[in-house]
Structure formats: structure tokens, C-alpha cells
Unconditional design. Sequence first.
Length: 216
Amino acid sequence: MIDLLTKYVKARCEIAERDVGEYAVIKKSGKKFLVHSYEAVGLGRFSSVSMTAMLGLMKMETVVFTPLTKGMPLLSFDRINAMGNDILLLELYDTGVGTPPDLSALDAVKASAKDLPDHDLGTHWYDPMKLSPSLAKKSKKCSEAYRDVCDRYFAAYFAAMDGAEPCTPEAARQGVAAYVNGLFENGGPSTDQFKKMLGEKAARELFDNYIFSDKE
């Protein structure tokens, strides 16, 4: 869904791809990861991680948008196709920067997807940080429906950003860093996987500098 996100970012600012160095292609344990990171000039940074495994029978795409000049929540997207299941995660994380913006349009998008089966993610340490528009779905072959939901979700997110309070990049990074610190201290599905593949130091560099961009 990086193309959808890029569409809405390009409508607001210039985009420049960043050099992720040795992390551009990661091959470990039968899995191949492609990593991209972008500067959204004047707005923040965003990244994409795509993974294939099991000779293409398992695919995953992750997109993260880190707002650095507006008091907006962190946006995280995951799409996982495996064993005939099609999983969609759209999550907003409160990083404690400024007055919370109006997210009612995002709540409305979530409500419009109520007929898509929910996916139980279990309980995690970061659940209190998740905001009400966050959603998790699990179904079969839902590409068209999922793309429509994502299109409207991203549109609502950036419309809300237009009206959000300004903040400094330093304050924004501090809030995101607290979330990333929690991932490495308390665990998370993706974090644990990269720590196992790369070791904690390299995984931390990848997350801090390129995926979440909580470091300059």
C-alpha cells in the first residue's frame, strides 16, 4: 500500500528517498526483506518493508508514517498473506505529542469496515497507546475491499493532519522513541523477528534510523 500512502504525501509535500545502506535487502532464514525509507519534506518520514518467504506463499508489507511537524499519532499499516489468510492491520499510536487531533473521520472509516471479519491480536503491552480508529481484519482474498479501506483511511489521516497542531521534530521524535524503546524492552512481533535475524544492535539501528525515524 506504499503507493496509496505516497499519493497522499505527494499531495502535500515533496518526497525524497533516503539511503538505507546495508538494510536495503535483508535475506535471512528463507525470508527476503526489501526496506525503503523516505523524507516527506516538512511533514515527517515514512518507510516500507516488504517480505516474501516460503517461495512466495507468504507475503507481508509494512508501512509506517512518522509525523515530525504535527501532533499526529504514528500510523502503522501491515498486510500479511499466509496459509490462505489475508490479514490487514491499520493502527494509530498515541505518542503523547500535543493535543489529540480530531480522528472522527478515521473512526467512521473503521465503522464502514465492520462487515469485514475482525482479527484477534491478543493482548500486548502497547495496547494502551492504540487509538480508537485502529483496526485488525482477517479474511480470504480481500484485496479490493482492503485497498478501499486503506485508501479512505489514509485520506482521513492526512486530512486530520492538515488541522493538527504544529509540533517540533524533537518533541515528535521523543514520543516515537518511547514507543520504540518499549518494543525493544517488552517485545513485539516484528521487533522480535528482526532482533533474531540481525542482532539487537543492528535491529535497533534499522528501527531508529529508517523504519520509525525516531533518530535524526
